[in-house]
Design a protein around this ligand. Structure first.
Ligand SMILES: *Cc1c(COP(=O)(O)O)cnc(C)c1O
Length: 388
């Protein structure tokens, strides 16, 4: 039995099933919203939104993907051996305390980096003195996200100064929308206007050597006028709209189904409290199933006494507190439920009571967080099709 993968410990009994046909289908569907020449950047940060970065990159590299985006230098290093000639964009801007070695490695490995400050630029330029391969950079322009973009004034200064640094190649310019997932897109369109103003002021549009990009998933789906040269899709690629969407213009299908086994059936007498704190007291004799999954695996403690799991066609309540590595489900109404069977923890259907949207609602969060919490030690199993 395999317990290790690349030296890291895995739990074979906790299974994240990944359907590659769905992943590739989602990419094709999203591309279908764009002009044929629009590039597709697959966002695989945060362990590919909890799906498993190695597995996801291995599937995508045979698909219509031009770029992979990661959050950090370390993730870029991690997937570099896997990607075969595709480009990697590191979203975190080069920052003042970044070791110069890392910047040199980015250049020699051919990673695209982000610049959003003059300090970052100076650091990069100094670090690259005397190196052979130039560093390709994308300028992040602040238009309203209020996170790590450069204000238009500083962004202009970066362009001017970068032109005097031989080791830097201006490869892209982008911005990031703060509210594209909301119904009211007025702020997103205001951001787009500011971005356009910057592009016009520097005559960046129509330059063939530059990649202009702005859209995350929600904007790629709802703001076709902002596609520019590339869209950067994360959550939609994994099969979810940033939030539940009525009449979406594109059909996405969840890529992941998380399952765990029932290891033991236990009879609990009516009135006998269940798990830490005795927060659940059954009113009837209860057929309880023990599932070796808990908050340490990414299943939130806040789901205690609220969430359900799926056993076959039945949805079974999680009773009592979710523990670190165990929880209890009520199987009383599922006569054929037995030890050794699997329960579905995160379902692969949008409308499932244990789908990522429903779990996000229970925890007052977004489906992104539910997915990214899935621990790296969960065993990822790749299937070519969701209909075996
Ligand atoms: C995470 C991220 C994305 C992807 O966002 P989704 O909503 O998951 O599509 C795109 N661009 C940037 C800059 C990001 O940080």
């Amino acid at each position: 039995m395999k317990l290790y993968r690349d030296q890291s410990f895995i739990r074979p009994d906790l299974q994240a099933h990944l359907y590659s046909d769905r992943l590739l289908g989602n990419v094709r569907a999203l591309r279908g919203l764009c002009r044929p020449e629009t590039k597709f950047c697959a966002v695989v940060k945060a362990n590919a939104y909890g799906h498993g970065i190695r597995e996801i990159v291995n599937i995508l590299k045979s698909g219509p993907v031009d770029y992979f985006a990661v959050a950090t230098f370390y993730e870029a290093l991690h997937i570099h051996p896997l990607i075969e000639r595709r480009r990697i964009l590191i979203l975190e801007p080069i920052h003042a305390d970044q070791p110069p070695d890392q910047i040199r490695m980015c250049a020699s490995a051919g990673f695209d980096c982000v610049l959003s400050s003059l300090e970052g630029l100076d650091l990069a330029c100094r670090a690259l003195e005397g190196t052979k391969r130039p560093l390709h950079f994308h300028l992040n322009v602040e238009t309203g996200m209020g996170r790590c973009g450069a204000d238009p004034h500083e962004a202009s200064a970066i362009l001017t100064r970068a032109a005097n640094c031989e080791a830097l190649v201006h490869a892209g310019v982008f911005t990031h929308f703060a509210t594209a997932d909301e119904e009211d897109l007025s702020y997103a369109f205001l951001q787009q206007e500011r971005f356009e103003a910057f592009l016009d002021a520097h005559q960046l549009k129509g330059r063939r050597d530059l990649l202009i990009h702005a859209c995350n998933s929600a904007a790629a789906i709802k703001m076709p006028g902002a596609h520019y040269d590339m869209v950067r899709c994360g959550i939609s690629m994994y099969g979810y709209y940033s939030r539940r969407m009525k009449n979406p213009p594109v059909e996405l299908r969840p890529v992941l189904k998380l399952q765990a086994p029932i290891t033991r059936i236990k009879r609990i007498a009516a009135g006998h409290p269940v798990s830490y704190g005795g927060s659940f007291v059954p009113k009837r004799e209860t057929k309880a199933g023990i599932v070796p999954l808990g908050y340490a695996d990414g299943y939130r403690r806040g789901f205690s006494n609220k969430a359900v799991m799926r056993r076959g066609e039945h949805f079974v309540p999680v009773i009592g507190r979710v523990c670190m590595d165990q929880l209890i489900v009520d199987l009383t109404d599922v006569p054929d439920a037995d030890a050794g069977q699997m329960v579905t923890v995160i379902d692969d259907a949008h409308d499932s009571p244990c789908g990522a949207y429903a779990l996000a609602d229970l925890a007052d969060t977004i489906c992104y967080e539910i997915l990214t919490l899935i621990h790296a030690h969960v065993n990822r199993i790749v299937h070519s099709t969701s209909r075996p």
